[in-house]
Design a protein around this ligand. Structure first.
Ligand code: NI
Length: 163
């Protein structure tokens, strides 16, 4: 199965609201398998379809024992608050502290189209929210004040020039 190329900021697709997944077929299974492989290769804990250039509401994750495929994901409940470092494969993993709920409940379809709900706390909850945001055209830096957002983008662009 081929690795997919990771789409980087400021690619337009990263800012679009994804189209719903409607076909739960072999092509989707292959796509999910490629996404897992690409995510592991990049040493990430989550990867959303827009991050490989596809305008689709789909992500995969494997974070602290929570491994799943989520099509048409929604965050249906949150609770509490956590503040810790977060990064994104599409922004060179440059880290920033992001405040998010401590708990999140995800509702989504698996690769067979079955709806499920899953609750997580801490880092895995953060991944639920980060990846669901991707499906809505939102990046983690959109949660930051403008000055800090600009700093992350500058650092990312600088590191790109060194590659
Ligand atoms: Ni990301």
């Amino acid at each position: 199965m081929p690795l997919r190329k990771i789409t980087e900021y400021p690619a337009q697709v990263l800012g679009l609201i994804g189209k719903p997944v409607t076909d739960f077929d072999d092509d989707l299974a292959r796509l999910c398998s490629d996404m897992f492989e690409t995510m592991y290769d990049a040493e990430g804990v989550g990867l959303a379809a827009p991050q490989i250039g596809l305008n689709l509401r789909l992500f995969v994750m494997d974070c602290e024992g929570t491994k799943l495929v989520a099509a048409n994901p929604e965050i249906v409940a949150t609770d509490g608050e956590q503040s810790s470092h977060e990064g994104c494969l599409s922004i060179g993993k440059v880290p920033a502290v992001v405040v998010r709920p401590q708990m999140a409940r995800l509702r989504a379809q698996d690769e067979n189209g079955e709806w499920f709900e899953r609750e997580a706390t801490g880092y895995a909850a953060r991944a639920f929210m980060h990846e669901t945001d991707h499906c809505n055209g939102k990046l983690f830096i959109d949660h930051l004040p403008k000055l800090r957002r600009d700093m992350i983008v500058k650092r990312f662009q600088k590191e790109k020039r060194w590659e």
